[in-house]
Design a protein. Structure first.
Lengths: 694, 108, 210
């Protein structure tokens, strides 16, 4: 820490345009184009909001809302914006390596920034917000609750996640991001080797989003534990909720190591501590240990909810009860606990003895057992089901086939002797992309297609959905399968150039795959556009377009703010499916009650802005601003606790009017069978399927 | 009203017992340290055990965690957290200790 | 359910007397417990780091030169007593004793918390005079990463006490406030538990193996 002026170490050279003027080359053009996209994007959004006079509705209906459904949608929008950036960065990296042996068109520093932001964004600002966006939307609906346990804290979580993500966007325009990879290993990221702002952007983005995620984990664990509808015992929970509760447990216990590691790195960089430095007793291996204490549970906290999504999708689109529910529950919990016992397999080569490596290797292989149980359960669910190959089901099938390959390559890597050979090669990159794309991302895209009509009242376009499935699957195969081979041939990961010409053909295949993935991303946007344009033909306001099985399908689409006019009494697993079979779905309630819901509040947005400025001030050493923001955050939180008028009441009469209007809609709708699921006459009332096996 | 002050007395007694117990255990720890010096593993082990005892005393008397059926849930939460904590701490110490030995960071 | 359970969430319970506050408190107290367990992992990791760095003194001052057990003893007694007084404040609240009793125990707890902090800071200053600053070695970094983290929690607890004191004046004893006092008491007891870990592992452990 040195003496700094009013703007800390921020000056004109921090802006990429300065680099372009000084040294105009391809590298600078790419950097400036990226910064330009951010600036133009912000101007475009601000302009459109102003032109359509949307500022007030945006503020009233979204930014200050404490409704879990809206918070969920905001999470997902944020995740998709970040996904677009992450995918584009992936394509640029593939292009650099496809440009052949030799220097390529990017400078090494720039390439390093790309893989660092790509990893950081995809894990922390795509996967996590997407997973918890979906969970936000679904969990209260599935367990028959009116909101999450702590709606305002939920809003704060969103605010912190978004402000941290914004730091990555800001780093494109002001200064540069870390070049230390998404894991940011010291001592490379320490002050001695990396005095710039890059690692600081990484640290604060990770710390703040980590706090947001921890709060989310607490929120969902408590929601599922305490807010289930009467009669919904644990063994009646939808499979998806089971996976969210395990994922929340993972967050609660696995986010602290990340926070500790990042803050200790910050102490090293800002206050000259010696946790991870080369000198004076620092030990950088402690960092690797801490990081992976978080890192391994992290991948399970991402993939378990995707398993939950697939469980719901397979059951619904096979029109069968989920096979082996009990074994799936046990497998999920086993994976959650086992995931705390395997972190060392990320650093087998660090130098500990063979016994320790063997113990952690065996523990890692053990995880394949509950995962295998799951795969068989899903296949047994499909077996003799009445399968419809709708978009979510197609994603599910692609997952089943591809994920097994990813899982098996994981078992290979779990063997320390093999790991020594392929450590830090593209084999590893292929493995975890193989687990995360078909595992997590396909699941989230399946969820997006499956639950979209619940959230917005109309279905997504089937054709463009299929196009995106094909693009993502083919693109994934072409991009990442070659990496297994070059990895075995010995190509190190994260290399901005290489000299071995035999890698080149594989790199060419990979760039073709990356371009097809880009088409997949574009077709998702086209699908959204086409679906909004044609929404009159696909409306399903009654709420059950897929003959769903769980509670969220028993209410209107989109659901009212209070979700359930009457809190349902749960008597079975797959409660709604059973009710439909018995002809007891859509009951008319005897009486209605006043419902109190959380009022709008600006605390989440306030903290979003304040924490954003706080991070920026810390990165650029603008100390007075950092102190000011700390005080303001504290004051606004304390001030908020003085506000006791936090709920508003929706009168029973209002609830009755809305609910009866919808019940009329239900009575007048024509039920459709499964063959006409995607036809315009599907208004969301399902006809019981006599052939279905239940 | 009478029953109520009875309950009040009982709960207050609970706190006082917890306080007294913790006080005794703290005194014992410092007494051992004062008398025997803090050198050997044996002394440290007895200090650590007394510390553990004090943790349990406080959990039971201040935080009201016990094995009664109605409060099983809190016990579960605490036990699960302890399990994770043990995995993390023992694992870290095992791994880093082994590394230190193999890297000759300090003699052993 | 045949009868209302006396304990519906972990730890301190308001009891049936305050039925509405009791139910409103159930969810939020459970959530707070979960938060404390997450916080516990934070501390647990700092303990683990301290254990691995106990030897990383890099020729700087070690535990024998730096630790002052008399001061630690005093801090332990103060913190332990404050745990009792915050419990007594809880009881005063639970049994509807006159408001001044609650305020009295609040004030005692606050004074004890602040004097704990004063002693702790005095210790740090004494250590710094002997060259025991975090910049000196990995061992000292680990020490200053852990013990002041606990101190920071105590400071946050003090701030919380003050805010609750003000709210007690503004709102009176509402359900919401009772639920907040319950959580503060939990937090305070939790810090005492962590402190037991600190004296056992940081101070005595450091002196034995450092």
């Amino acid at each position: 820490m040195t003496d700094t002026g009013f703007f800390g170490r921020l000056n004109w050279d921090a802006f990429p345009i300065a680099g372009l003027i000084q040294t105009p080359n391809t590298n600078e053009i790419v950097a400036n184009a990226a910064a330009g996209i951010v600036v133009v994007g912000v101007i475009a959004v601000v302009g459109l909001l102003t032109w359509f006079r949307l500022w007030r509705p945006l503020w009233r209906d979204w930014l200050t809302s404490a409704d879990h459904k809206k918070i969920g949608i905001m999470y997902i929008v944020f995740a998709i914006v970040m996904l677009a950036r992450g995918v584009l960065e992936g394509v640029v990296m593939r292009a650099q390596q496809a440009a052949g042996p030799g220097p390529g068109f990017l400078e090494a520093e720039h390439f390093a920034e790309l893989f660092s932001t790509h990893g950081t964004i995809m894990v922390f600002f795509v996967a996590v917000p997407f997973v918890f966006g979906v969970a936000n939307y679904l969990v209260p609906l599935m367990i028959g609750a009116r909101d999450v346990a702590f709606p305002v804290m939920n809003q704060i979580s969103l605010g912190l996640t978004v402000s941290a993500g914004m730091m990555l966007m800001v780093s494109l325009v002001v200064g540069e991001f870390s070049t230390g990879g998404w894991t940011a290993y010291p001592p490379y990221t320490g002050a001695a080797f990396n005095p710039g702002v890059g690692p600081d952007y990484w640290i604060w983005a990770i710390v703040v989003s980590g706090i947001g995620t921890t709060l989310t984990g607490i929120n969902f664990a408590v929601t599922i534990y305490k807010l289930r509808a009467p009669g919904m015992k644990f063994m009646r929970l939808p499979m998806y909720c089971w996976t969210i509760i395990s994922s929340s447990i993972l967050i609660i216990f696995a986010m602290p190591p990340l926070g500790v590691a990042a803050l200790m790195l910050a102490a090293d960089r800002y206050l000259d501590f010696h946790f991870f430095t080369n000198d004076l007793g620092g030990n950088m291996m402690n960092y690797a240990n801490l990081f992976w204490l978080f890192g391994h549970p992290e991948v399970y906290l991402l993939v378990l909810p995707a398993y939950g999504i697939y469980s719901e999708v397979f059951a619904t689109f096979s029109a069968k009860r989920l096979y082996g529910y009990n074994s799936l529950v046990i497998a999920t919990m086993c994976i959650a606990v086992l995931s705390f016992t395997v972190w060392l397999h990320h650093f087998f080569t660090m130098g500990q003895n063979a016994l320790i490596n063997a113990v952690f290797g065996v523990a890692t292989m053990l995880i394949a057992i509950p995962t295998g149980v799951k795969v068989y359960d899903w296949m047994a669910t499909l077996y003799r089901g009445r399968i419809r190959f709708s978009v979510p089901m197609l994603y599910g099938l692609a997952f089943l086939m591809l994920f097994v390959i990813g899982g098996l390559s994981g078992v290979i890597l779990a063997n320390p002797t093999v790991d020594y050979q392929v450590h830090n090669t593209l084999f590893l990159v292929a493995h975890f992309h193989n687990a995360l794309l078909p595992g997590v991302l396909f699941g989230l895209l399946a969820a997006y297609n499956y639950w979209f009509p619940k959230a917005f009242g109309f279905r997504l376009n089937e054709f463009w959905g299929r196009v995106s499935v094909v693009c993502w699957t083919v693109g994934f195969l072409l991009t990442f399968m070659p990496l297994y081979f070059v990895g075995l041939m010995g190509m190190p990961r994260r290399s901005f150039s290489y000299s071995d010409a035999s890698f080149h053909p594989y790199m060419l295949v990979a760039i073709v795959g990356a371009l097809i993935i880009t088409c997949g991303l574009l077709s998702i946007l086209v699908q959204l556009w086409v679906s909004i344009r044609d929404r009159e033909k696909t409306r399903a306001p009654v709420g059950d377009p897929w003959d769903g099985r769980t509670l969220e399908w028993s209410i209107p689409s989109p659901p009212p703010p209070y979700n359930f006019a009457i809190i349902p009494q749960v008597t079975d697993r797959d409660n709604f499916a059973v009710a439909k079979e018995r002809g007891e779905a859509y009951p008319t309630p005897d009486a209605y009650e006043d419902i109190s819901m959380p009022r709008n509040t600006a605390i989440g947005f306030t903290l979003c802005v304040l924490s954003g400025v706080w991070m920026f001030a810390l990165v650029w050493w603008i100390w007075w601003l950092a102190v000011l923001m700390t005080v303001l955050m504290l004051v606004s939180l304390i001030a908020w606790t003085f506000n006791t008028d936090i709920e508003e009441v929706i009168p029973a009469e209002e609830v009755r009017k809305q609910h009866e209007a919808w019940l009329d809609l239900v009575r007048n709708a024509t039920a459709v069978d499964r063959d006409h699921e995607t036809a315009p006459e599907n208004r969301g009332l399902a006809r019981p399927d006599l052939e279905a096996v239940t | 009203m009478d029953k109520r002050s009875e309950m009040h007395r009982r709960e207050r007694r609970r706190y006082v017992i917890g306080y007294g117990g913790s006080l005794l255990l703290t005194a014992a720890v410092f007494l051992i340290a004062y008398k025997y010096g803090i050198k050997t593993t044996g002394v440290y082990l007895s200090i650590a055990l007394l510390g553990l005892a004090q943790l349990i005393v406080q959990l039971v008397y201040f935080l009201h965690i016990d094995r009664r059926r109605s409060s099983r849930e809190d016990l579960d939460l605490v036990l699960f957290s302890t399990l994770v904590l043990l995995i993390i701490i023992l694992g870290t110490v095992w791994i880093m200790g082994n590394l230190a030995v193999r890297m000759h960071t300090y003699p052993m | 359910m045949k009868r209302a359970p006396t304990h519906s969430y972990p730890g301190l319970n308001l009891g049936r007397r305050h039925e509405s506050a009791h139910r409103a408190t159930e969810v939020v107290t459970f959530g707070f417990w979960v938060f404390l367990m997450s916080d516990l992992v934070y501390f647990g990791l700092m303990f683990a780091i301290y254990i691995t760095m106990i030897d990383a003194q890099a020729g700087g001052p070690g535990p024998h030169e730096l630790f002052d057990l008399y001061s630690i003893f005093a801090q332990t007694l103060i913190l332990l007593t404050s745990s009792l007084t915050v419990g007594l404040a809880m009881l005063a609240l639970k049994y509807n004793l006159p408001r001044w009793r609650i305020v009295f125990w609040f004030c005692v707890t606050l004074v004890l918390g602040l004097s704990f902090l004063v002693l702790e800071i005095r210790d740090f200053m004494a250590m710094a005079e002997k060259g025991g600053i975090p910049q000196r070695s990995g061992f000292l970094s680990a020490f200053y990463g852990l013990v002041p983290l606990h101190g920071l929690h105590v400071a946050a607890g003090c701030l919380w006490l003050i805010v609750l004191g003000i709210q007690l004046r503004v709102f009176g004893l509402t359900d919401l406030l009772m639920s907040r006092v319950v959580r503060l008491a939990l937090f305070w007891h939790f810090l005492d538990l962590i402190w037991i870990g600190i004296i056992t592992i940081v101070y005595f452990g450091g002196l034995t193996y450092g």
